[in-house]
Design a protein around this ligand. Structure first.
Ligand code: ATP
Ligand code: MG
Length: 362
């Protein structure tokens, strides 16, 4: 059988720096675990603009459509701030998401024990936390029509429309249930069915999809209560499925349970391809971090954890993903810290490459 294929788009700023560590880990899997990937690399964002005058070349788009998974670093930077909107680096990312139709955005909030003190919450609330928020990414109030600012009775009125079809709710729900099956078979769906029609439909459709996943324990929660519970007792959750707007807010909340932006991976999944794997793009939550780019001090862990998600959700290598996460846990427990993970007490931080070395040898 052919090796699974992976397209690496390192992008701009710290993107190439953190991706370099991932490439070394991919090589390690090939050499030490007999798990080889067909890796190709291409440009996205400002790097693509510099070469092609567009933030994503058509050939790159075609490649992204044909591989098993895309691994992306970060895009953008001050050098591109004054570009025309249509060629801004971020447009490259949006084009990938749109044309690959990546409708399920997976944002884990995972707290490594060694960093529990570093989190913004009390240690016993977050130690050992491992939850996953699935946010619907292509519909809802961000896209619904009508929208705009209109004049009514000599007054300006701002309008957005929350609109969901049952097909949109269903495909995201299937992705969430599939995920729950690969994790702990527990799913909480969040909406506001008490005040929103789309919430009533959401609850109905999720309940219908549940019939195909009877092994999963399903619960429903109003999203405002969900926000409270997420901060009060986040470990009660495993997978959370919610809409585009609530997901935006809830996933940022959940992210801050765990500490640094340099630790947070994400995945965006689409429909299954002919080989049964979902279309997929994996990327760290952080941006190109122009303030520290080129200095070799970025934390590569978010990008490495994004690759771990690819192992688990695109390549059916859950045990290898566990192994990689355990290596990260070990080096953190041994005290390895990049600058972003250091408290006021200070110390000498590891460089990006030194953190990569530590994980490779753990
Ligand atoms: P974007 O608009 O692309 O999200 P941003 O400026 O809002 O960009 P980031 O680029 O993620 O967000 O940077 C936010 C802050 O977090 C910066 O101070 C940056 O240095 C820091 N940061 C982000 N990623 C990392 C990382 N991997 N390691 C260390 N620090 C990081
Ligand atoms: Mg930002």
């Amino acid at each position: 059988m052919a090796n699974p294929s992976l397209l690496i788009l390192a992008g701009d700023g710290i993107g190439p720096e953190v991706m370099n560590e991932v490439k070394r880990i991919i090589d390690w899997f090939g050499a030490k675990r007999d798990l080889a990937f067909d890796v190709s690399e291409d440009l996205v964002g400002g790097a693509a603009y510099d070469k092609h005058g567009v933030p994503l070349h058509d050939d790159t788009m075609a490649k992204a459509q044909s591989v098993d998974a895309v691994l992306l670093g970060a895009v953008g930077g001050p050098a591109y701030d004054n570009l025309d909107f249509s060629v801004k680096p971020e447009r490259g990312l949006l084009r990938l998401r749109k044309e690959m139709d990546l409708f399920a955005n997976l944002r884990p909030a995972q707290c490594f024990d060694a960093l529990a003190d570093f989190s913004s919450l009390k240690k016993d609330i977050v130690a050992g936390l491992d939850i996953m928020i699935v946010r619907e990414l292509t519909s809802g109030v961000y896209f619904g029509e009508p929208r705009g600012i209109h004049m009514e009775d000599n007054m300006r009125v701002g309008i957005n429309t929350q609109r969901y079809t049952e097909a949109e709710i269903e495909r995201g729900a299937r992705a969430a249930f599939e995920l729950a099956m690969k994790r702990n078979k527990k799913l909480c769906s969040m909406e506001k069915a008490n005040v929103m029609e789309s919430g009533i439909l959401w609850r109905d459709v999720v309940t219908e999809v549940h019939r195909d996943y009877p092994e999963v324990a399903l619960s429903h929660m109003y999203a405002d209560n969900g926000a409270m519970q997420l901060v009060r007792a986040p470990k009660q959750f495993d997978v959370i499925y919610t809409d585009n707007l609530f997901g935006d807010i809830l996933s940022d909340c959940a992210a801050m349970l765990t500490g640094s932006l340099g630790m947070l991976p994400s995945a965006s999944l689409g429909l299954p391809m002919a080989n049964g794997r979902p279309k997929a793009m994996y990327e760290p939550v952080h941006g190109s971090a122009p303030d520290i780019a080129g200095q070799g001090k970025a934390n590569p862990i978010a990008c490495i954890l994004s690759f771990a998600m690819a192992l688990r959700y695109s390549f059916d290598q859950g045990a290898e993903a566990d192994r990689l996460e355990a290596a990260i846990e070990t080096v953190l427990a041994d005290g390895a810290r990049t600058a972003d993970l250091m408290g006021p007490e200070g110390g000498v931080p590891l460089s990006t490459t030194q953190m990569g070395d530590a994980i490779l040898t753990a």
